[in-house]
Design a protein around this ligand. Structure first.
Ligand code: AMP
Ligand code: MG
Length: 638
């Protein structure tokens, strides 16, 4: 087979038109009612019975002849003779005559002769008789046979998705089995680097995310996923898997191997076995997508990148599933929002994942390749090819993902167990991007976060304030947070007496990522040490093995030490103690919060600040993190 370069990219509108003509034909099967949730009804459902099947009482009370009660009043009740009692489910026949009453329960069948039920609250029992204090009209408190659902009435329409409400209806009319559509969708993941979640992750391997994410999306859309597992980048194996899936399924989805890279052969197989309808849609993320037909089975090659794969699924595969099932997508709600920040676009049609917080949309911006882009996003906006820049404040329409609940507060900044406690104690849902203090400052400057969590020292050891000044931030406040013990973390079997020990080449060190406040704190401490030694800081750090490493969280530093990959790290006492490692305190930092001024008065931020200032929060902090008298006070306003 010959390698092929991308042909012309298909414009999105054309791709949509193409998609609207693709349809697979589902089969019909019968499933037990308890297995029918989420399925699509294959036929209209007509009730074989009246619901209820008999006239029944809707109240606890007495079945009577209404006319006997017409003269009743509070001062002058009517006395009726009680002749029997009918519980719910009673199959016996009863008869009510003039001036008689039969005690009756809610849901019980009405006796012959009676035409009304007087509620027990309007009566008083006296031996053998009942006193009725209010007039009751004919049919009062009676549900007539067939008044809910009449025999022969259509109760559910074909193509309805079966949910709890529908299951209730089906059971009420006595249906035990339900005819549903069966649209089988084969799912194949390709790539030598893939391994099933739960297996051990070897070098160069990644877990197969697509099989599972796509299967869940298929179910959400009403199809039935059938997973064919992971197929290596081998033409013959791929062909075999594809052939099998095409024989067994109504639609086949593959992921990976769609770009024109070496070893990316899926599209060539589709080309050879069937007809390629398009290869490459002018869209980002997820340009490399191939749509084809093999033996009348729509076959779609999704990009390997999980974010792209799901975006393309939502955009182009879900519509095919809905076309085939005759359903309309119910889970794709659109909400109106305004851009929280400006967004530059690449001059082609783009589907851009965004987070939506309190009506503002923020790009869930990570370079493509990260699944977290999707978990940090609530939906997708569509940017037209001719739009180069979407201004902050301009209205956008967001197509929301499944049942997502937008978060209450957006947080960008340093990673800290204190934030987790704050989230828990406020009872709110934070969207947390723990990308370090620098990222926090940048995000708050760009208006893309509500709160930045920062612990960035200046040369004099003052925290955060000077950074805000240097960055010229405006319309923000600096709120004092808490103090955290930072120091060296090490396995308990080695002796560490100070920073000096790092420089002697005996230990392998693991550093935090650039942009993390904790790394900056260490750098400052090492600067002081260098000065004492009369050498430059660069010279000193050169002598520390592993100084240029970049671990992203306190936890991952501890894990690396525990695993024996390194000997020493620098971080929080709380993290060291939690993982059972040794700790030597070097300094205490200030972990503060920068908050946008315009939202200081909203409920979410007030709750955040109240919690930060609370005794309850203070008590729950782990060893080595403490609040003090300044905690929660606004120390500067810019
Ligand atoms: P490909 O289209 O095969 O070149 O894949 C593009 C990127 O997505 C590569 O980094 C793959 O490792 C990754 N990828 C492909 N398939 C999967 C999958 N099933 N789960 C997670 N990542 C994947
Ligand atoms: Mg691949």
């Amino acid at each position: 087979m010959e390698r092929k370069e991308f042909r012309e990219l298909t414009p999105v509108e054309d791709a949509r038109k193409l998609i609207s003509r693709i349809k697979a034909t589902p089969e019909t099967e019968t499933v037990a009612i308890e297995d029918s949730a989420g399925r699509i009804l294959a036929e209209d459902v007509f009730s074989p019975v009246d619901v209820p099947a008999f006239n029944r009482s809707t109240k606890d009370g007495y079945a009577i002849r209404a006319k006997d009660s017409y003269q009743a009043s509070e001062p002058e009740p009517i006395e009726l003779k009680v002749t029997a009692s009918i519980p719910a489910g009673c199959a016996e026949d009863f008869f009510v005559d003039d001036l008689e009453a039969i005690e009756i329960s809610t849901g019980a069948p009405m006796p012959d002769g009676a035409d009304a039920v007087v509620m027990v609250e309007q009566t008083k029992q006296v031996d053998g008789s009942v006193l009725v204090y209010q007039p009751t009209h004919i049919n009062e408190n009676i549900m007539k046979a067939g008044s809910d659902i009449m025999k022969g009435e259509r109760v559910l329409r074909k193509n309805t998705r079966i949910g709890s409400r529908e299951i209730g209806v089906l059971a009420s009319v006595g249906m035990r089995e339900v005819p549903v559509k069966k649209l089988l969708i084969g799912i194949i993941s390709t790539g030598n680097e893939l391994i099933e979640p739960g297996r051990k992750l070897g070098k160069g391997l990644i877990f197969d995310a697509n099989s599972y994410a796509i299967a869940a999306s298929v179910e959400e859309a009403g199809g039935i996923p059938r997973m064919y597992g992971i197929i290596p980048d081998n033409e013959k194996l791929m062909e075999e898997a594809l052939e099998r899936a095409i024989r067994e399924c109504n639609i086949v989805l593959t992921s990976g191997s769609t770009s024109a890279g070496v070893g990316d052969i899926m599209y060539m197989i589709i080309e050879e076995k069937g007809e390629t309808l398009t290869h490459g849609i002018s869209i980002k993320p997820g340009k490399p997508v191939v749509i084809g037909m093999i033996d009348d089975v729509p076959t779609i090659g999704l990009p390997g990148n999980p974010t792209s794969a799901l975006s393309i699924f939502n955009e182009f595969v879900a519509p095919i599933i809905h076309n085939s099932l005759g359903t309309t997508p119910s889970f794709r709600t659109k909400v109106q929002a305004v851009m929280g920040t400006g967004l530059r676009s690449g001059g082609r049609e783009e589907l851009f994942p965004v987070g939506v917080i309190r009506g503002r949309a923020y790009p869930a911006d990570k370079t493509s390749g990260a699944i977290t882009t999707l978990s940090d996003a609530d939906g997708i906006i569509e940017i037209r090819a001719e739009t180069e820049y979407v201004e902050a404040g301009s209205p956008v329409e967001v197509t929301m993902f499944g049942n997502v609940k937008s978060p209450d507060i957006m947080y960008v900044g340093g990673q800290c167990p204190g934030i987790d406690i704050l989230e828990e104690r406020t009872g709110m849902n934070f969207r947390m991007l723990n990308m370090g203090s620098s990222a926090g400052f940048t995000a708050i400057a760009g208006g893309t976060t509500d709160i930045a969590g920062v612990n960035m020292p200046d040369a004099d050891g003052n925290y955060n304030l000077s950074v805000i000044r240097k960055m010229n931030l405006s319309d923000v406040v600096l709120v004092r947070g808490y103090r955290r013990e930072l120091g060296l973390i090490f396995r308990k079997d080695i002796e560490i007496s100070g920073l000096e020990d790092l420089t002697e080449g005996n230990y392998r060190f693991i550093n935090r990522n650039r942009g993390s406040g904790t790394r900056a704190v260490l750098e400052r401490e090492l600067g002081i040490l260098a000065e004492e030694k009369g050498i430059s800081r660069a010279e000193l750090t050169k002598s520390i093995e592993g100084y240029n490493s970049a671990s992203k969280t306190h936890r991952s530093v501890c894990d690396a030490i525990k695993d024996g990959r390194v000997d020493v790290g620098f971080g929080l006492r709380s993290a060291a103690e939690e993982t059972g490692l040794g700790f030597l305190k070097i300094t205490e930092d200030e972990f503060d919060f920068v908050i946008r001024k315009d939202i200081l008065e909203i409920r979410e931020i007030k709750t955040f600040l109240d919690t930060l200032r609370s005794e309850d929060f203070s008590k729950r902090l782990p060893n080595g993190i403490r609040t003090y008298e300044m905690t929660g006070s606004i120390i500067s306003s810019f």
